[in-house]
Design a protein around this ligand. Structure first.
Ligand code: ZN
Length: 683
């Protein structure tokens, strides 16, 4: 054996050996049912096909790979099903940035050309993304790999929409949606971030009363003024009319208890087309919806002389034109909804969209949580999930982008009053909906569609899956949606356990970001210190649901651990097994300790305490096996035979965490017994 462990010699070679041996591929569902073997399934969160590997990926690969290797060693049919996501808006956003650099925009191409261009772009990056996962040691079953735009997946996603429609759970309606005029698409409420901003509160004279507003430009679309019916100052004005300044149009004064008597003057303008609360008041009072801001972020024809102006310019002009009807301007800080991609303020706009009636689906998901059919590890986040499920609004699944699965809806006329749900064009004169599905609508069906469109009997044998492991930040976007849609489709919860990992922060606890320059590149660290060192550094800092800190120093430190394992191997292998026993009592003690370590690590992994399990195996190997065991052997108290046995067992326990160095030594010492990756876990 070489003096030091050199990861560059072993990693790629060992990965190829594992891959070729077929050990990553558990039996087909049909074979599994016959064999009676226990399945253990993880569906890999489909990373954005277009994303280079970052530290978040490195963490999820490490944690999931540890569980998969552990259950494989236990003799179970361990299936880790990998895939990638087309990531609709995210990818189109990146692609549009690339176009912009070339001086082009998406509007320079027709739909088909643009789609094809993005497709090719994503294909190029897919190979890179998959190789990066392999570099991290991911022992996933690549023969079952799926992409969210595979034709069989697309077909199933479309069928789900049809089923929802047949069950009366889909409707098309004009509602206020969260629209980003820069990105050119609507978002669900979950994709809107909130930022505190300093703006002004303007008080405007509407004649009979004065109203306070942060958005004077939307007054062009006012259809009423509202006061609280309990407000003594205004109560007798309800039912009367005011003249809208600048437009000179008569609008009614309505009473509504949602009006906060303490805010501004206690009277507010009602613009149903551009504010969610006003929309509600509008529906209750049958008010006219007048859209004055368009999807392009400019004032519409309804804005009369202000048509064509940007929102900001229109505001300036209106403030000027109001003259002495503008009574007061004072600073005002409030929370503003912004686009999670480009951080521009979200414009609530009325658009016709497709919605899923969410309550029947949410009730079933809540039931699964009540019955503990799905249990969540993640520092109390099951309560948050419950809260979301109890308060969900109908899910807007329309997105105004081309990169995705086109909504299978056809209209028989230009006014789009009636529609038919169909994959193919239903007849002459029909036009197809141009919107695509929200990307989470397809990834929300991931556990079902990946298993249904795979090897024979896979769905029947491997569903419900055992573990869903992902970042807590996508609990509402993804985990919740998978519960909603998978239970709807199959009647069963998609996973028994959810393990939520936290964010990996830098050594000072700051969020890692490219722009701050503090992001670590996992692949660089793998190349420098070995994949095992990076994996160990990541997992040893992690607790479900909590953020952890990580930096290069930690990884560097873990290289010492890999060397420690290697050097212990060299010591063990150079000892002749027949040079034996002097004191039986120490051997007995050694065995007892070894069996206690096995029990502890097994227990922690069964309880999904993966960080603690890694610390235990690290400490026991270093401070007990090496510091005490090897020393006692040198003093002829522990026999060579027993030490060798102990080392072998420790290698199996260490393997899920540091797969490369353990397999490399195994092949030096225990090659006769096959591959470590498929050796039985000690009892
Ligand atoms: Zn945006």
């Amino acid at each position: 054996m070489q003096k030091n462990y050199d990861h560059t010699i072993y990693e790629d070679k060992l990965y190829k050996i594992w891959d070729k041996s077929g050990v990553f591929t558990p039996p087909t569902g049909e074979e599994l049912k016959k064999s009676g073997k226990k399945p253990f399934t993880i569906i890999m969160p489909p990373a954005n096909a277009n994303d280079p590997l970052h530290v978040g990926h490195a963490l999820f690969v490490t944690i999931e790979d540890i569980f998969i290797r552990y259950h494989r060693l236990k003799g179970e049919a361990a299936l880790w099903l990998p895939g990638l996501d087309h990531a609709g808006i995210e990818t189109q956003f990146v692609f549009e940035k690339k176009l912009a650099k070339e001086g082009k925009s998406r509007f320079d191409f027709d739909r088909e050309t643009l789609y094809k261009m993005i497709w090719d772009y994503v294909q190029e990056n897919t190979v890179v993304a998959l190789n990066q996962l392999k570099k991290m040691g991911a022992s996933a079953d690549w023969s079952r790999y799926k992409f969210t735009l595979d034709p069989d997946i697309v077909k199933d996603v479309i069928n789900t929409f049809k089923k929802l429609h047949d069950d009366g759970l889909i409707y098309r309606a004009e509602k206020l949606v969260n629209y980003c005029t820069k990105c050119g698409t609507a978002y669900s409420e979950l994709e809107v971030e909130h930022e505190d901003r300093e703006d002004n509160l303007y008080t405007i004279d509407y004649g009979l009363l004065k109203v306070a507003t942060t958005r004077p430009e939307t007054m062009l679309g006012d259809s009423a003024v509202a006061v609280n019916p309990n407000d003594k100052r205004y109560k007798n004005l309800i039912g009367k009319k005011v003249i809208l300044p600048l437009i000179n149009k008569e609008i009614p004064i309505v009473g509504d208890e949602m009006v906060d008597m303490e805010f501004g003057t206690g009277a507010v303008k009602i613009t149903p087309a551009h504010d969610p609360n006003d929309w509600e008041v509008g529906v209750k009072n049958s008010l006219e919806v007048i859209t004055v801001i368009g999807t392009n972020g400019k004032m519409t024809e309804n804005a009369g002389p202000y048509a064509g102006l940007s929102v900001a310019l229109c505001r300036e002009k209106i403030l000027e034109d109001l003259g002495d009807r503008l009574i007061e301007v004072k600073p005002y800080s409030h929370s503003v909804g912004v686009c999670y991609r480009c951080h521009r303020a979200i414009e609530p706009l009325p658009i016709k969209q497709f919605f899923i009636k969410i309550k029947p689906l949410a009730d079933k998901a809540l039931e699964a949580l009540d019955k503990r059919n799905t249990k969540i590890f993640g520092a109390g986040r099951d309560k948050i999930l419950r809260h979301w499920l109890e308060n969900l609004r109908d899910w807007n699944i329309s997105r105004q982008i081309v990169w995705g699965i086109r909504i299978p809806v056809w209209y028989s006329n230009e006014s789009k009053t009636d529609f038919v749900v169909s994959e193919e064009c239903p007849g002459d004169g029909y036009i197809q909906e141009t919107d695509t599905f929200d990307t989470w609508f397809s990834s929300g069906q991931w556990p079902v569609v990946t298993l249904k469109n795979n090897k024979p009997g896979d769905f029947e044998a491997y569903y419900p899956t055992d573990l869903m492991e992902t970042g807590y930040d996508i609990l509402p976007f993804w985990v919740m949606r998978m519960m909603l849609l998978s239970i709807y489709l199959t009647g069963e919860t998609p996973f028994k356990y959810v393990y939520l990992h936290g964010l990996v922060r830098d050594e000072q606890g700051r969020k890692m970001s490219k722009s701050m320059g503090n992001a670590i590149n996992p692949l660089e660290l793998c190349a420098k210190y070995g994949t095992d060192s990076l994996r160990m550094a990541l997992v040893m800092s992690t607790t479900a649901g909590q953020d952890s800190n990580m930096g290069e120093n930690k990884v560097k430190g873990m290289r010492n651990f890999a060397n420690k394992i290697w050097n212990a191997g060299r010591y063990v292998v150079e000892k002749a097994p027949e040079d034996v026993v002097i004191n039986g009592a120490k051997d007995e003690e050694f065995f007892q300790r070894l069996s206690a370590v096995v029990k502890e690590v097994t227990k922690l992994l069964d309880q999904m305490k993966v960080g603690l399990a890694s610390e235990t195996v690290y400490n026991e190997f270093w401070h007990w096996f090496c510091d005490e065991g090897i020393e006692q052997n040198k003093e002829k108290q522990v026999s060579d035979e027993v030490l060798r046995m102990g080392y072998k067992t420790m290698l199996v326990l260490l393997h899920p965490f540091v797969p490369f160095v353990t397999e490399a030594i195994w092949q030096e010492i225990f090659a006769k017994e096959g591959l470590l990756i498929s050796y039985p876990w000690p009892k």
